[in-house]
Design a protein around this ligand. Sequence first.
Ligand code: C2O
Ligand code: CU
Length: 476
Amino acid sequence: MTTQRLHISRRQFLATSAAAGASLTAGPAFAANDVTNIVARSGKQKLHNQLPASTLWTYDGAVPGTPLRVKQGAEVAIRLQNKLSQPTSIHWHGVRVPNAMDGVPHLTQAPVAAGGTFDYRFRADDAGTFFYHPHINSTEQMGRGLFGPLIVEEAMPPGMDRDVVWVLNDWRVGRDGRLDNGFNNPHDLSHAGRYGNLVTVNATPDPVLKGRRNERIRLRLINASTGRIFALRFGQMTPWVIALDGHPVTPRRATRNDLLVGPGNRIDLAVDLPDKAGATVHIVDAYYPEQTYRVARLTVGDGKAARPAPLGPPMALAANPIKRFDRKGAKSLDLLFAGGAMGGMMGRGGMMMRRHMQSMMRSRLFWIMNDRLIPPLGSGQSAAPLFQMAKGKSYVIRMENQTAFDHPIHLHGHTFQVLARNGEGLKHLELRDTVMIRPRQRIDIGFVADNPGRWMLHCHILSHVQAGMGGVVTVG
Ligand code: C2O
Ligand code: CU
């Protein structure tokens, strides 16, 4: 990692990137020695020792891609080189970047053509666990391995024995043992997305992490799957949650809701290994209770203990500089999700389904947002924004899921506060950029629209955004 601090003022930086955004040209150019190069490329790799090689698309030949680690407040400068045979981009998921650096082709920049480059530069204002990935043809690009962790370290990192990043994802392996080449089939588009049949942690199926008695590990989990939702269980143990989607929470024993990790979600845990030599903790995904399986194991060695007794609760991390949401002055907006398979024909959602049924079949747009069928960006049809927001004003978006599926809803450029689930206020502060909304659930989120530009608001099940579950909100 060669990113250095660049001596460029915040104001200059914003001016440059705003100009680039307006004209949809390349980002600001900068001197080569300041820059970390990331190359998106295609190559043959085995998904597993016993399988034949598949065509994977990777950052720098690795899955997950180059782990980026920077200090909070640092300027990040990345040059993306596209050696794929199709356009791509990098989106810095969860990072509150200037709009022109957000990496959304046809919205914040032109697609980075095959053979092309793009310079990304932004300041990492928030500490936490983030990740990066393309934002075009995403089901295939992420489904072939294009994603990597971005860790922004606190000025004063909490004292834990180890800091471990686990990128979770799944692969759909065909009968021939190779990655299935069918992306975006109508069934995936209209149901739960492109589920894989091989789940990996840092590209390894069911890995074992070895530790010492009473060792405390900061475990940063990133769900980079195109569609798989994890409901994690740690056997007899309940880890501490210290951050959700990168943002600190008052440390508490993780609840089931915390451990429901949808595509795009991250969770930082403090995991205390048992005080017992030889013990094994099985980490299981129980999202489908009838089909639980092991994701990974933690084992305790019989050597020296990290300390004589287990630690007490971890210290809270320092809050990130997120603008305080002002509930009293906030304007409320409604967002209704409908459509998809098995959606039912009842209620307002059902009415919308009946109204749009014919065009849904024709257009392969299976999901409805606020009574609209919204084509994906770049399809040539431009769609009016879902919402237009005034800069600096507080907003509540009252979301309701009238589909039969879970959806991780992601907002770009902002961090929001989850205010209520089914009308019930939350006991704990929960700041996120991606929130899971369950079937028939209502979730209210609140935030200050302080980042000007055009931002995506979409489901992070990538087959869903391809099929209508993505819109644009403007701030300005
Ligand atoms: Cu993780 Cu719109 O993206
Ligand atoms: Cu969805």
